[in-house]
Design a protein around this ligand. Structure first.
Ligand SMILES: C[S@@+](CC[C@H](N)C(=O)[O-])C[C@H]1O[C@@H](n2cnc3c(N)ncnc32)[C@H](O)[C@@H]1O
Length: 340
């Protein structure tokens, strides 16, 4: 619904706004079916909800009501005979689908996010992310110290960023040879994709020790894969030809980003580039995933999603120059910088 240019009655406005406030229940329903793996029990043929309930260990009436809601956003479909099928969109929830959304949905709705979202009003008053006050520590320290949260976060981040990056990867031309350093590369899914598609490149996966997988992916020759543990606020591995930062800058304040980027600048081989894979906030009032992700950053950490001008400013302060922005097909753009 849009009221710009039209007349809307007060009662229609109230009904609409309360319905919007209930939209968190769609997220809750998505989380529940993702956690329970409901989509994994739906193949090509529709199934009665009782069968699905038995297969997933759930209550048939509750499951039916959750699926009925999710059918309104085209995840499931209720056939005329009452059986349930998975839509083409819903296939993305299957664990075995390429870039499965299953764990990404679980991560996007994990308790750290829900609890912090509940306190967003306090965050607005203080100008500080609610997470540290609620949980008593910074977000990444909390994740590091809680194996369950770490599994949800890192597992989900892989699937969440995997699909978005796939769209962005098609836009970006990697160098044909040399070393790509994935700064804060997590468990290495992105670096693996880059190396598979660019056989002349070697890769360095750089992250905190407890995050690194500790083994070369089976489909990558071991001499092309190095893991380095460290802290990107101290230094990053030297002599890379391309420094990739995927979903990194949005986690940190401008000052913190400048420290990370300066360390990349110091480490870069002559002629090297930096490719930031992150959302870019566009002007205007259109729906924009970047504006949703920006609130996640506001709730949990000191970071933010940035406009092109804001990226330009943090690069300048780190001795870099914004070279170009490859526009996003999905939520991620590629923002490229070079040494000044
Ligand atoms: C949002 S995740 C992004 C992971 C990966 N690049 C991706 O796109 O899926 C942020 C990553 O930064 C890493 N990180 C956080 N603080 C770090 C630090 N001080 N030094 C190195 N890595 C750090 C985290 O462990 C995590 O893997």
């Amino acid at each position: 619904m849009s009221s710009s240019g039209g007349v809307i009655t007060p009662e229609a406005s109230t009904v609409y706004l309360i319905s919007e406030a209930h939209s968190y229940l769609k997220a809750a329903a998505l989380r529940a079916v993702a956690q329970l793996g409901v989509a994994d029990h739906l193949g090509d043929d529709p199934r009665p909800v009782e069968e699905l309930a038995e297969a997933t260990g759930t209550d048939a009436d509750f499951l039916h009501r959750v699926i009925r809601l999710l059918a309104t956003i085209d995840v499931f479909r209720q056939e005329e005979d009452g059986r349930i099928s998975l839509t083409p969109l819903g296939q993305g929830l299957r664990t075995d689908s390429r870039y499965s959304a299953r764990w990404g949905v679980v991560m996007s709705t994990m308790h750290t996010h829900w609890s912090s979202a509940f306190e967003l009003g306090d965050g607005l008053r203080t100008g500080k992310a609610p997470f540290p006050a609620l949980f008593g520590e910074q977000y990444f320290d909390y994740v590091a110290g809680n194996p369950e949260a770490a599994a949800e976060f890192h597992g989900g981040m892989g699937s969440f960023s995997g699909a978005a990056r796939r769209l962005a990867l098609d836009e970006y031309s990697f160098p044909e040879a040399g070393t790509v350093v994935d700064v804060g590369g997590g468990t290495g899914g992105f670096l693996r994709d880059i190396l598979l598609e660019n056989p002349g490149l070697r890769g360095v996966l750089f992250d905190q020790a407890h995050v690194l997988p500790g083994e070369t992916p089976r489909d990558i020759a071991s001499e092309r894969w190095t893991e380095v543990a460290g802290d990107f606020f101290e230094e990053v591995p030297a002599d890379g030809d391309l420094y990739v930062l995927s979903y990194i800058t949005h986690d940190w304040s401008d000052e913190e980003c400048v420290r990370i980027l300066r360390n990349c600048r110091k480490a870069m081989a002559p002629g090297a580039r930096i490719a930031v894979f992150d959302a870019v906030v566009e002007p205007g009032n259109e729906p924009d995933d970047a504006k949703l992700l920006d609130l996640v950053m506001m709730m949990l950490v000191s970071g933010r999603e940035r406009t092109a001008a804001e990226f330009g400013r943090i690069f300048d302060q780190a001795g870099l120059r914004l070279a170009r922005i490859l526009p996003a097909q999905g939520p991620l753009s590629v923002v490229e910088a070079v040494a000044v």
